[in-house]
Design a protein around this ligand. Structure first.
Ligand SMILES: CC(C)(COP(=O)(O)OP(=O)(O)OC[C@H]1O[C@@H](n2cnc3c(N)ncnc32)[C@H](O)[C@@H]1OP(=O)(O)O)[C@@H](O)C(=O)NCCC(=O)NCCS
Length: 173
């Protein structure tokens, strides 16, 4: 039977909006849930307010809470993703894809032509996300990330994605 209240109980899609320093606290909290070496609130304030920083946040439209964010640094016509994270309970809903797609669109608007990032070789979720969005491997840094096992390190893959200036912002960013 078709529900007369189709939106009831369903999580509405997030709002994607530019990241601002008012979210530094929430960014630090979320970042600490996902990364071994996390950055604090002041570090995020500093990063977000830098003149060459570009960030996007995914906001829960009902609770106004931070569901995820991406932060990049721009230098001339290149940019580097510093971090991207989606809250553990919100993953695999397409939020990561939505965030990065909007982000790439915004970077295109400021004439960024190439986007780089590093990802742990064993980070299946992130590699799938980036691969789907057209990132390609251009380098590998051996033993780059530490793990809980002091004798084991993980390689970082350097990925690159060209941003076509003629394409429009949208799902196919
Ligand atoms: C990586 C991360 C941002 C992905 O966010 P997300 O919102 O779950 O991503 P999406 O839902 O948009 O999924 C994107 C793709 O990855 C796939 N995916 C997501 N999680 C996956 C997993 N655990 N295993 C395999 N594939 C996965 C999805 O199926 C989707 O592919 P599809 O479109 O072909 O179905 C999220 O897992 C995260 O925050 N991880 C911890 C922090 C981190 O590792 N950041 C990246 C550092 S480089």
């Amino acid at each position: 039977m078709i529900s007369p209240f189709p939106l009831l109980g369903k999580t509405p899609p997030p709002i994607i909006q530019p990241l601002n320093t008012g979210l530094a606290d929430a960014c630090a909290e979320l970042h600490a849930t996902a990364f071994r070496y996390s950055w604090g609130e002041h570090e995020f304030e500093r990063l977000i307010s830098a003149s060459n920083a570009f960030g996007d946040a995914a906001i829960d439209p009902r609770k106004r809470t931070l569901l995820g964010f991406v932060l990049s640094r721009v230098a001339a016509d290149e940019a580097e993703v510093l971090t991207v994270v989606v809250a553990a309970g919100q993953r695999k809903r397409g939020i990561g894809r939505q965030l990065l797609t909007s982000h790439i669109g915004r970077l295109r608007n400021v004439h960024v032509k190439t986007l780089f990032l590093e990802v742990g070789e064993t980070n299946t979720a992130a590699r799938k996300l980036y691969g789907n969005l057209g990132f390609a491997e251009v380098g590998r840094r051996k033993n780059y990330y530490r793990t809980d096992n002091p004798t084991e390190q993980i390689a970082a893959l350097v990925l690159r994605r060209d941003i076509d200036p003629t394409q429009r912002r949208g799902w196919d960013a």
